[in-house]
Design a protein around this ligand. Structure first.
Ligand code: FAD
Length: 273
């Protein structure tokens, strides 16, 4: 449970973080540390240098940008849970942030860390995908914006390059759109065995799944079925095109069953909101 030796640098700005990532071998960013440090203690991760961005207050904000909310990557789960703008305009995000881990995890973990980590069992990437968010990334070549469907690639694999810093997450305001996120886990304060996010408006639905494949994914067949047949029809195909793993929490087949059961409940809950 002791990490391999590493160097430690504190970045005073995003630019400095990008420079340090380029200058040091095997450097990795450290934000809240609640995903990276456990991996280092197990020696699954052995970065040569940790570049600490955890104190960059310039990346900790929620701003009203008209039709969207701009959320700084270092906003903590607890910030999202309690921020009045997020609660008003994107309640699925504040609700879901409140389901993550325990109070300690929510006070340290950041939305940027959760999204950048690319764990298919994490909750916020699914919500970011359901919301069709844009991810703002700064690297040696300047700033670029990546749409959420292009960001998540595979297990612990995203569109981020080794020298990139995720700086902002932009999400649309939900307005009258109904929403739900249902997460099934065997223990309190745990990752999702399966999670289903649903956004419903005018007979249309956006559905995204947690832990049903190597990355968070949209349930496209279910979205199509919802338009013609409603929640039951959608739920019947909620696991189509998914590749859920078998692990200590559940078998693949059980995950498929959970996705179908949670999908109907989530769609009904979203429609009622
Ligand atoms: P870190 O651990 O600091 O970093 C994670 C990875 O992202 C690293 O590779 C790092 O280099 C990279 N990174 C961090 N920030 C950036 C950035 N701005 N730009 C580019 N790369 C970056 N998560 C859930 O979703 N649901 C849960 O129920 C849940 N339960 C948990 C329970 C426990 C006990 C623990 C320890 C964690 C749990 N988590 C859960 C994970 C938690 O939400 C993490 O905090 C989060 O996934 C990572 O955020 P972080 O800020 O801690 O990132």
């Amino acid at each position: 449970m002791i990490p391999a030796p590493f160097e430690y640098e504190v970045a005073g700005s995003v630019e400095e973080a990008v420079e340090l990532l380029g200058a040091r071998e095997d450097a990795k960013l450290l934000a809240g540390g609640h995903s990276l440090l456990p991996l280092m203690k197990l020696r699954f991760a052995r970065p040569g240098t940790l570049v600490d961005i955890g104190r960059l207050e310039e990346l900790r904000y929620v701003r009203d940008d008209g039709e969207r909310l701009a959320i700084g990557a270092l906003s903590r789960h607890r910030d999202l849970q309690t921020d009045p703008l997020v609660q008003e305009h994107c309640p699925i995000l504040s609700y879901t942030a409140g389901l993550i881990g325990d109070a300690q995890v929510r006070h340290r973990g950041t939305i940027g860390g959760s999204v950048a980590h690319g764990d298919p069992a994490s909750d916020l990437p699914t919500i970011v995908l359901a919301l069709d968010a844009e991810l703002v990334v700064r690297g040696p070549g300047g700033e670029r914006t990546v749409p959420a469907p292009e960001f998540f690639r595979s297990v612990f694999e995203t569109a981020l390059e080794p020298q990139d810093v995720l700086t902002e997450i932009r999400v649309s305001k939900l307005g009258e759109t109904g929403w739900s996120y249902l997460k099934f886990n065997r223990r309190a304060q745990d990752w999702a065995t399966v999670g289903v996010a649903a956004l419903v408006s005018d007979g249309d639905a956006r559905i995204a799944l947690t832990s049903m494949g190597p990355a968070p994914m949209r349930a496209r067949a279910a979205e199509e079925a919802y338009r013609s047949g409603g929640a039951e029809a959608a739920a019947a195909v909620a696991d189509e095109d998914t590749t859920p793993p078998t692990d200590t929490a559940a078998t693949s087949e059980y995950r498929r069953h959970l996705a179908r059961v949670l999908a109907v409940k989530a769609l009904e809950e979203a429609a009622a909101r």
